[in-house]
Design a protein around this ligand. Structure first.
Ligand code: BGC
Length: 386
């Protein structure tokens, strides 16, 4: 009994969440699934953020902070079994607080843009922050990426982190108290599953996503122009000069937007004869996923030839925003003092179409009391020889 008490106090001192999580670095590489919790730092308002590292049996890990629900790192194996981080991120909480272009973050209430920061719902017009060249982007000035979520670790063979947040009626201009729950689960098959759920007490609009920047070379060794991407979409969503959808959908066939077959990202990314490439400064568009209904469908496959890493993205969402880091310009110094330059990462943000609240022909993003918003996205990692 005395021994057990001593062991428990040691475990608590080590900052472990549960017995299962008390894995030393050595045990971790022996692939014991679990969750490790460490203090991540203090926010300017005095609140403390934590960092949760989920390990699965295959050696993959996902580090997530409850500040912004940010995925701080994701280590996945290359073709020789070497685990490296495939995300862009910062060395510390302070780096995220100072500001990043949404590295790893949970985005809400509305992922991507709402034209001129205005929308009308049931006859009432709502005004939102115009934080991106006259339009509203990623939930506004203090979106879900900048709030502290309540975290509950869930132990098991497939460790999970449940994050909850209640966004007050009127927060960032949106109507309704919105109760949000996002669960990250690190699955046995090297997949990170993200389940999103939300309810409201007034009609509102919702479009949640995750904004991880991926570079499958591991450690962002070079830009992503050699990554090979397949998007399972026959149509994309053309935009105007301010990156707002025109309201039409355009077939990808015969355009630089055709990724229906595995395609090297850099091949047509600078095709200045294409107006859409010009407006996006490269790829910064929504692709309309083939297949209908709410079931999981393959949205994208990414292959990085030098490491052999592969990522498959599955989602219940109708679209994916494929963004090639066109706005990265080296001004954000990331992990280990590394400046993240133009096109050093790509994002595959699964979501509804941008500006849906103003586009009557797009699938609706309205959530009403009594309804439950529910979506799932899975990022699955593997490798292949060549
Ligand atoms: C948008 C980009 C934006 C980036 C970072 C993407 O979802 O489409 O235009 O620069 O997020 O905010």
């Amino acid at each position: 009994m005395k021994f057990l008490t001593q062991f428990l106090s040691l475990a608590l001192l080590a900052g472990c969440v549960t017995m299962n999580s008390c894995t030393s670095k050595k045990e971790t590489t022996e692939q014991k699934p679990g969750i490790e919790k460490t203090a991540y730092g203090q926010l300017p308002d005095g609140q403390t953020a934590d960092l949760y590292t989920l390990h699965n049996a295959d050696g993959m890990s996902a580090s997530i902070t409850n500040y912004g629900g940010i995925i701080v790192s994701l280590t996945t194996p290359d073709r020789n079994g070497k685990f490296e981080d495939v995300t862009l991120g910062m060395d510390s909480l302070a780096g995220y607080v100072k500001g990043t272009p949404y590295f790893g973050a949970l985005v809400g209430r509305y992922g991507n843009r709402i034209a001129k920061g205005k929308f009308t719902l049931d006859g009432k017009t709502y005004s939102l922050a115009t934080n991106n060249f006259g339009n509203h982007l990623h939930g506004g000035l203090k979106g879900f990426d900048k709030v502290l979520w309540t975290a509950t670790p869930v132990e098991g063979d497939e460790p999970a982190l449940k994050l909850t947040y209640t966004s007050k009626d009127g927060e960032e201009g949106y109507p309704g108290n919105l109760t949000v729950e996002v669960t990250y689960t690190l699955q046995k098959d090297n997949a990170l599953k993200i389940d999103y759920q939300a309810t409201t007490d007034k009609p509102t609009v919702v479009n949640l996503t995750n904004h991880t920047y991926f570079n499958l070379t591991g450690g962002a060794k070079r830009d992503i122009l050699d990554h090979v991407v397949t998007l399972y979409a026959d149509k994309f969503i053309p935009i105007d000069q301010t990156l707002i959808p025109t309201g039409k959908l355009q077939p990808v066939a015969g355009t630089p937007f055709d990724f229906t077959k595995p395609t090297v990202v850099g091949t047509r990314i600078n095709d200045s004869t294409d107006t859409q490439i010009k407006y996006g400064g490269g790829y910064d568009h929504g692709w309309v996923l083939n297949g209908t209904g709410d079931s999981l469908k393959l949205a994208a496959t990414v292959y990085e030839p030098t490491s052999g890493r592969v990522m498959e993205v599955r989602t219940t969402q109708p679209a994916v925003q494929f963004y090639t880091g066109n706005f990265l310009d080296g001004s954000v110094t990331g992990r280990e003092g590394f400046p993240y330059k133009k096109r050093y990462a790509l994002c595959l943000e699964t979501e509804h179409y941008p500006d849906s609240p103003n586009q009557p022909n797009f699938p609706t993003t309205v959530l009403r009391p009594g309804e439950t918003y529910k979506t799932t996205t899975i990022y699955q990692f593997s490798s292949k020889k060549e």
